[in-house]
Ligand binder design. Structure first.
Ligand code: LLP
Length: 434
């Protein structure tokens, strides 16, 4: 039986298993809805990237896990143990990483509108590198660094003008973007020249990220080439040698059979080749490279199990299968029209004979998890697992309708443990004041 996630199987009881554990048993033990993640799968993905960096770029680089995909203390611990650094985008992510014992020097801090407090927190804690977005930020960093007597290591978020084929909301490489400064308009060079006038900022690199859920190598190669040309230009116009080149993340994963992902190491192989060739051609030193995979590290390691409640068959219109979660634990359909596959954990191989729409329990018509999917016949009380929910599900969850967030259970060698507890009603009101 082929699933869209490699870590799934069917066990001797005929039930769906993840990382050797029985999904039905886990649902009984921890309740539903429930996020389940296979730790070994996450670690395997980390290793694919870390090994590729060694193999194709002689280890002259670092893979940063883009922790917005799934952030909690346990995840930072895994990233650290697998030799990765992390990409963070908020004070909260930095705080979580530090609380998990993640070394500050391997934390990179992104964001188009970092607040004063976040910058101060990052600088005070000697965060490894700040990825500068704009000139206001340069002023703020300079002032805070001066106050704390620190020299801040920085790189610049630049837009290479590459159009990757993905959803508009997760495209970032074009000029019309709230992120960074464009190379094409001259803004990026201006920003670098301006920063060079500051004495507390140490310019080490440039960064770009062209988008997310991308299935082709060519936009990454094209981007690498543009970035190398930009490094050459920076050197000739300012004398500054760019030592670090961060090429972002965005590598596509398989949500449904339609998705045809490329082996993750191929991205590093391809860009390494371009960087080496272009550096030599331009007489530049080979930069230290960074890559920032998020989704591809965790997405295919996770699923979400729900219990089916109402099943509403509207004749000749639609069959609604309503589950005990929804857009509050997975907003990706309502945001991006994202597609998912689902399996019944108690009958994973049953014939798919009925077209249904899996809807959530939120008070919102658009609260759908999967529209029009062929499933075996479903009845109230069945378990239903939505697959490949390891990325941008827990991290984008909300308490809409005051629904408590589900817990995250990590499975390893058939054993399970909670890494994020289920929220309670008490948690829901903890900040309310009467
Ligand atoms: N680096 C930077 C600077 C980024 O902005 C992102 C993602 C990544 C790395 C990681 O990209 P990944 O490898 O995960 O594709 N919420 C959306 C995805 C937003 C991605 C934002 N930035 C979704 O659910 O599809």
């Amino acid at each position: 039986m082929d699933f869209v996630m490699d870590c799934l199987g069917v066990n001797e009881n005929g039930n769906l298993s993840i990382g050797g554990a029985d999904v039905t048993e886990l649902a009984k033990q921890y309740g539903t809805p429930l996020y389940i993640m296979d730790e070994e799968e996450i670690r395997r993905n980390c290793r694919i990237y870390a090994d590729a960096m060694k193999k194709y770029y002689d280890g002259n680089g670092l893979v940063l896990y883009a922790s917005k995909a799934f952030s909690c203390k346990y995840m930072y611990k895994i990233a650290l143990e697998e030799g990765l650094g992390v990409d963070t985008v908020s004070g909260g992510e930095i705080y979580t990483a530090l609380s998990a014992g993640f070394p500050a020097e391997k934390i990179y801090f992104h964001g188009n509108n970092k607040t004063w407090d976040e910058l101060e927190f990052a600088i005070k804690n000697d965060i490894g590198c700040i990825v500068i977005d704009n000139s206001d930020e340069v002023d703020r960093i300079e002032e805070i660094a001066e106050e704390y007597g620190k020299k801040v290591k920085a790189m610049f978020r630049v837009s290479p003008g590459v159009d990757a084929h993905t959803h508009d909301f997760i495209k970032t490489g074009q000029i019309d973007s709230k992120f960074g400064a464009a190379i094409e308009t001259g803004d990026a060079l201006k920003l670098i020249k301006y920063t060079a006038t500051k004495k507390n900022i140490n310019i080490v690199g440039i960064h770009c990220h062209i988008g997310s859920q991308i299935f082709e190598l060519s936009p990454f190669c094209e981007t690498a080439e543009i970035m190398l040309s930009f490094m050459e230009k920076i050197k000739s116009e300012t004398g500054i040698e760019i030592k670090e080149l961060n090429l972002g993340g965005g590598f596509g994963i398989k949500y449904t059979e339609k998705d045809k992902p490329i082996d993750f190491d191929k991205f590093i192989e391809a860009v390494s080749k371009v960087v080496k060739e272009k550096a030599e051609e331009k007489g530049l030193e080979c930069p230290f490279i960074l890559m920032e995979p998020g989704r591809s590290v965790v997405a295919s390691a996770g699923l979400t199990v729900y219990e089916v409640g109402t099943v509403k068959r509207i004749e000749n219109v639609r069959n609604y299968v309503c589950v005990d979660g929804g857009m509050c634990d997975n907003p990706r359909f309502i945001l991006y029209g994202a597609e998912y596959d689902a399996v019944l954990p108690e009958r994973p191989t049953a014939k798919r004979c009925e077209k249904v729409t899996v809807a959530g329990k939120c008070c919102e018509s658009g609260d759908v998890l999967i529209e029009d999917i062929m499933m075996p016949e479903i009845k109230k009380g069945d378990l239903l697992a939505v697959l490949a929910t390891g990325a941008y599900n827990y991290s984008m969850s909300s308490n809409y309708n005051r629904i408590p967030r589900p817990p995250v259970v990590m499975v390893k060698d058939g054993e399970s443990k909670i890494v994020i507890k289920r929220e309670t009603y008490e948690d829901i009101i903890k900040n309310d004041i009467l």
